[in-house]
Design a protein around this ligand. Structure first.
Ligand code: AGP
Length: 629
C-alpha cells in the first residue's frame, strides 16, 4: 500500500514528484507529502492530510529550488490518517527524510531503544524509526567525508535495513548528500526509470512514464544508489548487480480517462476490447484451425496434474470461484479456492500432483504472495517429486512480484486499471480461466473437440454481445440508481456458475457505495438470510437459462413473498415476469453468462455511487494494491 515517487536529476524535483503522485494516488489517499533538498542543501518538506489535491493547494505558488526529492501518498496502517503521520518522516535534526510503503514489523522494539537514547518521536507510524536510525548510523560513520557522501548514505541505510523486519519499500534523502537518492525494497514493489540525465524511482510504472519508458524493476531485497550520473544496484549480499533495462509496453504507458467521468466507467467500457485482445492472443488469429490455447510457457507440466488449488483475495478470489466452477464442471478436474490470507496459516495437508494458481491483478497483494511463498517452500522442502510445486500466476502486471516469483504467467493484458474497484481485470481473469478450462478439458479428454469448438465459437461472440449490453445496461443502471438512492441493504442471489457474480456484485456495491450488501447462493437464502428481507431490502437475482434456472426463480419467489423489491438479471423469457424490474440479458450458452452478468453488477454499483456523489475511483479506506498483510 502507499505510493512512493523519488527523483534525482537536473530539473526541478517538485513538479515531477507531484505529477508522479497524481498517478499513484490509487494506491492510497489518506495523506500526501514531498521533501526536496533545495539549492542551499536544506531539506524542505510539505505534507497534507487527505487527498493529493490538498497538498497541491498547499504547494500552489510555492517553488522549491532543488532537483532531489521524494514524495508519498499514504494508505494508513500505523497511526490515523492525520497530518503528523503523513510521510515523509525525519530524524531529529531534519537532515534525513524517508518515505515508506509496507510495514516495519519490529518498529516498536526499535522505537523503544531509540526513545531510551533520548529520541522524541513526532508520529505514530512505524516509518519514523527509519530516519532516526539512519541519522544514528551516519553519525557513527562520521559524516564529514562529503566527497563520498552518497556511498556513506548507502552504507548507513544498508546497516539500518539489516535491522528491519517486515515487507517494505523505502526512499531516502539526506541534506548531507544533495544529489543522492537511496531506495530499497523487500517484498514491496519499486521500479527505477532511466531518464536523460535523471532517474526516477516509484512504486508503479504510471508515475514514471511521463519521464521515460525505459525501466529497471528492482528485485526483492535490493537497494540502489541513484545520482544524476548513474545507478548502483546491490543485492542483499552487498554484491553489485548489473542487468539490462526493459521497455514498457504501450498498454502500461497509456492512462487516459477519455470522455468518461470516472476511470471505473471507462474500465467497464474497456471490457469488449479486452475480450477481443484475449481472443487474438490466446485463441489465435485463425480460429477455423484452433488446436490449443496459446501460452507463453510450456504446458507439458500440466499433463500429470490431478487437482488444482487457487489462492487469491477479494475480487480475484471471485474470479477464481468461477474458474473453479469451470475447471470442475467443464474440464472435470477437482479444484479448490482458498482465501490467500487463510491458506498461509492453515493450508491443507500436502497432496501430490497439484497445480497451484495464484490470482492477483496487481501482482503485489501481500496475502497472496505470502501464501504462494509458503506453499512453494513447504513443497520444495518435502523432498518428494510428486509434491514439487507446479505453479501458474494470473496477473495484469508482468512487471510485478508475482511474475518474478512464478515462472508460468498468464498475462491478462487488460491495461493498467486505475479505478480502485476492480472491473476489467476481473473480466480478464475470467477469460484466463475459460482458457485454462479448455486446456484441461483437452488434456483430460473430458470434452470432445466438437464441445470445445462450441465453447470457442461462443467465446468469439462475447465482444459484440458485450458492446451492446454495456450500452443498454448503462442506461438501465443509471435509471435504477435513482430508485435506489435511499437503500441501506441489498441482497444479491446467484446459483451455480453465477453464484460468484452475486458475491462480486455485493463486493462492488459495498466498496464504492458504502451500502451494506451480501451475496448468497440463491438456495441458501431460506437457511437464514431470508430473515433480513422486507420492503426496504431489494433483492438482485441472477437467473440465466440452464440447469438451475427454475430453482433461482423459485428462490426469487420466496423473496417476493417477503415484500422485497426484486430486480432480475435474466433474459426476457417465461418465469422472469416475476421480477419487479428486469435487466435483460441476451440468450447465449450457459457457460458464457458470468462474462455478461458481471456487467450490470458493475454498472449498478457505479451509478449508485456516482448518484450519491461519492468518489467512485478512490473509495474511502481502500487502495488498489494491498501490500500489507
Ligand atoms: C477489488 O475491487 C478490491 N479492491 C479488492 O478486493 C482486490 O480484488 C483484492 O485486494 C485483491 O487484489 P489483487 O487482485 O491485486 O490481488
Amino acid at each position: 500500500m502507499c505510493g512512493i515517487v523519488a527523483v534525482t536529476g537536473y530539473r526541478q524535483a517538485l513538479p515531477i514528484l507531484v505529477k508522479g503522485l497524481e498517478k499513484l494516488e490509487y494506491r492510497g489517499y489518506d495523506s500526501a507529502g514531498v521533501a526536496v533538498i533545495d539549492s542551499n542543501n536544506n531539506l524542505i518538506c510539505h505534507r497534507s492530510e487527505g487527498k493529493l489535491k490538498k497538498l497541491k493547494n498547499k504547494l500552489n505558488k510555492k517553488t522549491i529550488n532543488g532537483s532531489l526529492g521524494i514524495g508519498h501518498t499514504r494508505w494508513a496502517t500505523h497511526g490515523k490518517p492525520v497530518l503528523k503521520n503523513a510521510h515523509p518522516h525525519f530524524d531529529s535534526t531534519k537532515q534525513v527524510a524517508v518515505v515508506q510503503n509496507g510495514i516495519i514489523e519490529n518498529y516498536l522494539e526499535l522505537k523503544t531503544k531509540l526513545e531510551l537514547d533520548g529520541i522524541v518521536f513526532n508520529s505514530e507510524t512505524d516509518t519514523e524509526v527509519i530516519p532516526h536510525l539512519i541519522q544514528k548510523e551516519l553519525h557513527n560513520l562520521g559524516t564529514l567525508n562529503l566527497e563520498n557522501s552518497g556511498s556513506t548514505l548507502l552504507i548507513a541505510v544498508r546497516n539500518v535495513i539489516s535491522d528491519l523486519e517486515g515487507a517494505y519499500a523505502i526512499a531516502v534523502i539526506w541534506s548531507g548528500s544533495p544529489d543522492s537518492l537511496i531506495v530499497a525494497r523487500k517484498q514491496a514493489p519499486l521500479i527505477i526509470g532511466l531518464g536523460e540525465g535523471e532517474f526516477v524511482c516509484a512504486s508503479d510504472t504510471p508515475a514514471i512514464t511521463n519521464i521515460t519508458n525505459t525501466i529497471l524493476p528492482m528485485e526483492d531485497e535490493e537497494m540502489a544508489l541513484l545520482t544524476p550520473l548513474g545507478i548502483e544496484i546491490y543485492n542483499s549480499e552487498n554484491e553489485r548487480q548489473y542487468r539490462n533495462p526493459i521497455s514498457l509496453k504501450l498498454s502500461e504507458q497509456i492512462i487516459d480517462k477519455k470522455q468518461f467521468k470516472h476511470y471505473m466507467l471507462k474500465e467497464i467500457y474497456d471490457q469488449p476490447q479486452i475480450a477481443k485482445n484475449w481472443i487474438k492472443q490466446f485463441l489465435g488469429n485463425d480460429l477455423s484451425s484452433f488446436t490449443s490455447i496459446n501460452y507463453s510457457f510450456d504446458i507439458g507440466f500440466l499433463e500429470n496434474i490431478e487437482q488444482i488449488q487457487i489462492l487469491a483475495c477479494g475480487t480475484s478470489r471471485h474470479a477464481a470461484l468461477i474458474g473453479s466452477y469451470l475447471l470442475e464442471q467443464y474440464a472435470g478436474i477437482p479444484t479448490t479456492v482458498f482465501y490467500a490470507s487463510e491458506f498461509r496459516y492453515s493450508p491443507p495437508p500436502l497432496s501430490p500432483n497439484i497445480l497451484t494458481i495464484g490470482v492477483t491483478q496487481s501482482g503485489e497483494t501481500a496475502d497472496t504472495l505470502a501464501a504462494l511463498n509458503m506453499e512453494i517452500k513447504r513443497r520444495q522442502s518435502s523432498g518428494k517429486e510428486s509434491y514439487k510445486p507446479n505453479l501458474i500466476a494470473i496477473t495484469n502486471r508482468l512487471d510485478s512480484s508475482i511474475s518474478r516469483l512464478i515462472p508460468n504467467v498468464i498475462d491478462i493484458s487488460a491495461g493498467i486499471e486505475i479505478g480502485v474497484a476492480a472491473t476489467k481485470t476481473f473480466f480478464g481473469q475470467l477469460l484466463s480461466f475459460y482458457g485454462l478450462a479448455i486446456t484441461f478439458a483437452q488434456l483430460r479428454k473430458s470434452k470432445t473437440s466438437e464441445e470445445i469448438n462450441n465453447m470457442i465459437s461462443n467465446l468469439i461472440k462475447i465482444p459484440s454481445l458485450l458492446e451492446d449490453l454495456i450500452i443498454s445496461h448503462n442506461e438501465i443502471a443509471e435509471e435504477l440508481a435513482h430508485n435506489f438512492s435511499n437503500i441501506k441493504d441489498v441482497i444479491f442471489l446467484g446459483r451455480g456458475i453465477n453464484y460468484p457474480i452475486a458475491l462480486e456484485g455485493a463486493l462492488k456495491l459495498k466498496e464504492i457505495s458504502y451500502i451494506h450488501a451480501a451475496g448468497y447462493p440463491a438456495g441458501e437464502m431460506k437457511h437464514g438470510p431470508i430473515a433480513l428481507l422486507e420492503k426496504k431490502v431489494p433483492v438482485i437475482s441472477i437467473a440465466t437459462p440452464g440447469n438451475v434456472f427454475e430453482k433461482v426463480i423459485s428462490n426469487a419467489q420466496e423473496a417476493k413473498a417477503r415484500d422485497s423489491y426484486l430486480v432480475g438479471i435474466a433474459p426476457e423469457c417465461e418465469g422472469t415476469e416475476i421480477f419487479d424490474y428486469l435487466i435483460p440479458l441476451p440468450l447465449t450458452d450457459e457457460w458464457m453468462y458470468p462474462l455478461l452478468t458481471v456487467v450490470p453488477m458493475q454498472l449498478l454499483s457505479y451509478h449508485i455511487a456516482a448518484h450519491r456523489g461519492l468518489d467512485v475511483d478512490q473509495p474511502r479506506n481502500l487502495a488498489k494494491s494491498v501490500t500489507v498483510e
